[in-house]
Ligand binder design. Structure first.
Ligand code: ATP
Ligand code: MG
Length: 188
């Protein structure tokens, strides 16, 4: 039987309940990270262990959501803190991004977390700092109960193909375009 001839019957009801899902928030509009953090709140509310890893260092070192998430017991890693690297042949930023990815992979593979958020992970992937195939394969072979959210513009096709849910935030307009600077309490 050719693939096109396989009857398109819905799977039995029970098998539709996924053990976990992969969510990608991408696009050029505002809301990718905040939607991920909102979901993290839901996960905390259900008693899950949650880990957030931020792959791009914020200019405003401590974003407010980090502060509150840590008070709620979320494990939160931001580039620069706690990461070490040992590399002579790599640019420092790349080495730190790779180290962040090493930590992230460890967290995913541990199976200890109900939700792992890879915030802004698409950027080091696009820049070639962390190999897309490595990220994709770690996500694909994750322990079955680990849900995962990846955020950032220009999500690579390999990542969106693997994801269960992909949302593209489309920028209609942003206050920044008319000169409004980032607002504490709204943007960080
Ligand atoms: P947020 O963290 O607010 O959900 P985001 O994750 O979708 O934003 P990033 O690209 O990570 O977007 O943006 C980092 C910062 O830039 C945030 O302070 C965000 O508010 C701001 N920002 C997001 N989208 C835009 C845009 N289209 N124009 C200008 N600034 C933006
Ligand atoms: Mg973001």
């Amino acid at each position: 039987m050719k693939p096109s001839e396989v009857p398109l019957e819905p799977p039995p009801r029970a098998s539709r309940k996924a053990h976990s899902v992969v969510i990608v928030n991408t696009g050029d509009g505002k809301g990718k990270s905040t939607a991920a953090f909102g979901t993290a709140l839901r996960a905390v509310a259900r008693g899950w262990k949650v880990c957030v890893i931020q792959f791009v260092k914020s200019e405003r070192w401590k974003v407010g959501e980090r502060e509150i998430a840590m008070r709620l017991g979320v494990e939160w890693w931001t580039l620069g803190d706690g990461f070490t690297w040992d590399s002579r042949d790599m640019d420092r930023s790349q080495a730190v991004a790779r180290e962040a990815w090493r930590v992230a992979r460890e967290k995913i593979e541990s199976g200890d977390y109900g939700l792992v958020v890879l915030d802004e992970v698409t950027y080091p992937m696009t820049w070639g700092w962390i190999p897309t195939h490595e990220v994709v394969s770690a996500i694909r072979s994750r322990p079955p109960a680990v849900n995962l959210i990846a955020t950032g513009r220009d999500a690579p096709a390999e990542l969106t193909e693997l994801a269960d849910t992909v949302t593209e935030m489309r920028n209609q307009k942003h206050a920044f375009d008319r000169g409004v600077r980032a607002i504490r309490g709204i943007d960080f």
